[in-house]
Design a binder for this molecule. Structure first.
Ligand SMILES: CC(C)(COP(=O)(O)OP(=O)(O)OC[C@H]1O[C@@H](n2cnc3c(N)ncnc32)[C@H](O)[C@@H]1OP(=O)(O)O)[C@@H](O)C(=O)NCCC(=O)NCCS
Length: 153
């Protein structure tokens, strides 16, 4: 398995768009695979945020994850968020999700980000076991979690 920047393997963009659309964006009535492709095409960066990573093997997409920027307007704080972490169902439980999260953290750290945030409803324990801490509770069970990037993953 390899983990690569989507900008280096753009042939995976349609498959990533299909996966994240079906997994995360279906509840949005405006969502479509085309919109997902458009959002992902804005993440074809290597040296700046936002970026997307893909885990692949022998031409098959195994997983993905992104780091995106969210500007909090009230205090103009700019934060980097881990987003759209997904592993193909038939490949879960083999460490691919952990590897994708670690690779996203490591690349964001190299780009100078001091920490990452994420929002999750179902995977709180998955992230807690990987060093993330809950910093805010939203409508249960959704929480905001944070991981420092001061030391390498
Ligand atoms: C969350 C997700 C990315 C994890 O990917 P993964 O490749 O299964 O992750 P890993 O193999 O590194 O770790 C999975 C954990 O579940 C356990 N597990 C075992 N069998 C498993 C299976 N068949 N499926 C999922 N997890 C399994 C693993 O042992 C591991 O436990 P641990 O936390 O005690 O180490 C994946 O389940 C997924 O894509 N879920 C749907 C999308 C989603 O919810 N994303 C997160 C949004 S915040």
């Amino acid at each position: 398995m390899q983990i690569a920047l989507l900008c280096d393997v753009p042939r995976f963009l349609p498959a990533v768009a299909q996966a994240v659309h079906e997994t995360f964006w279906l509840t949005d009535p405006e969502a479509s695979v085309e919109r997902a492709e458009m959002r992902l095409s804005q993440r074809l960066n290597a040296n700046s945020l936002p970026f997307t990573l893909v885990a692949h093997d022998h031409g098959a997409l195994l997983g993905t994850g992104s780091v995106v920027v969210n500007e909090v307007s009230e205090d103009t704080v700019q934060s980097a968020w881990l987003s759209g972490v997904w592993v193909d169902e038939s490949h879960r439980g083999k460490g691919i999700g952990t590897a994708v999260v670690d690779a996203c953290c490591e690349h964001a750290r190299r780009l100078g980000e001091p920490s990452l945030l994420l929002m999750t409803a179902d995977e709180r324990e998955f992230y807690e076991r990987r060093g993330w801490t809950v910093i805010d509770a939203l409508a249960a069970p959704t929480v905001v979690m944070k991981r420092s990037l001061r030391t390498p993953s």
